[in-house]
Write a protein that binds this ligand. Sequence first.
Ligand SMILES: Cc1cc2nc3c(=O)[nH]c(=O)nc-3n(C[C@H](O)[C@H](O)[C@H](O)COP(=O)(O)O)c2cc1C
Ligand code: SF4
Length: 412
Amino acid sequence: MMCQLSQAARRCPDGGLDGVEVLDAIRSAVRDGFLISLRFTANEFIEGGITEEDGIAIAKIHAASGLVDCLNVSGAANWTKAGVAETVPSMAFPAGRFAELAGKVRRATGLPVLHAAGVGDLATANFAVSEGHVDLIGMTRAQIAGPHMVRKHLDGKDEEIRPSVGAGYCIDRILRGGDGLCLHNAATGRETVLSYNTGTAPGRLKIVITGAGPAGLEAARLCAGRGHSVTVLEAQSDPGGQVAYAARIPWRQNIIGITRWLYARCEALGVSFRFNTYAETEDILQLSPDVVILATGGMPEMGPISGGEALGHSVWEILSGEVAPKGEVLVYDETGGQSGPTAAEFLAAAGARVTLMTPDRMIAEDAGVTNHAIHLRNLYAGGVDIWPDKRLASLQRSDGRISATVITEYGG
Ligand SMILES: Cc1cc2nc3c(=O)[nH]c(=O)nc-3n(C[C@H](O)[C@H](O)[C@H](O)COP(=O)(O)O)c2cc1C
Ligand code: SF4
């Protein structure tokens, strides 16, 4: 159906139809009382694009036509990559950013208005409705991360609703033809093999988990929820693991909501935590566990290069503040993920002159559009030089500085 709709929409301008004529055709094709809602951008926030004034004028035309029952107001120019990152707002944007715009359309047309863009929690949704900005709030990612949100709310269990943190992993995958998985909720999109409701175990086991990062915390939450006795041993003084590092740049701070929520749920379920405990075999055996879960995560990969690995530092060392390089800094990223650009942004904000280099055709090649666009925006704003197609061959110390030998991935 989606495919037929989009093909039909594409044929409309060729056939000389404008938006109102299309709606006319839809109205005459449906039974009386069938609700038609029109989704549109009321302000593209881009030079030469639809302004708020245009958006309200467009809305008034549709309202006067009598062909639509409801307007679904959005914002930003999602025909650009930066605009997609705003329409399905990542954690870089404040909650409910276009709610006031929706309210202006509502007041100008008198039509019921629906709005869905970055309203991730029920308090914000309630505020947007009670302040009269909108009649209906759409909460897409809130329910991808927190399925059964409405039932949990009605049962008075808001604290059990897993919040969407705006990581954009779901939409970024979908826009590349992948399935809609969630960074926060491993069961979403895998419902046939993973259940949201894991029930109660037939017997109570003693479970020891090493690592209070997202994997260890999720394992602890699930095990404690099934009635087991759970102890988590963590080397650091706080929970979070690598998520705490990812949250070190301002626009990605909300990602810490993943481990915050998991930790709060673990505490509510009676999980016991021992921080500042680097677990050795004896520490684990002393607890006489029935089951041990190792969730200590990976280690940074520093190679392979043909010499000088020890002169470099890992993203962990940079983002934890353990190492704070000044002056000219080369950030080299072979992973294609978000850790390289995150480190580059972090260093540039601290005053370093940063070059971000990758053997890939572009930086953060594996990051989807809603995250990639924000990294690029911030890297350009921070004056970071971006070097694609370059591979780090080796590092040497010379004249009190570290020099890098770089080869071009495709010759030349
Ligand atoms: C996985 C996913 C699929 C989406 N598919 C559509 C779609 O087919 N049509 C559409 O107009 N918006 C689509 N959207 C955008 C949402 O309708 C909504 O505008 C956006 O996610 C922002 O709202 P939220 O913060 O509640 O997620 C999609 C969003 C997500 C996350
Ligand atoms: S992937 Fe991120 S943005 Fe998408 S639903 Fe999960 S937490 Fe929300």
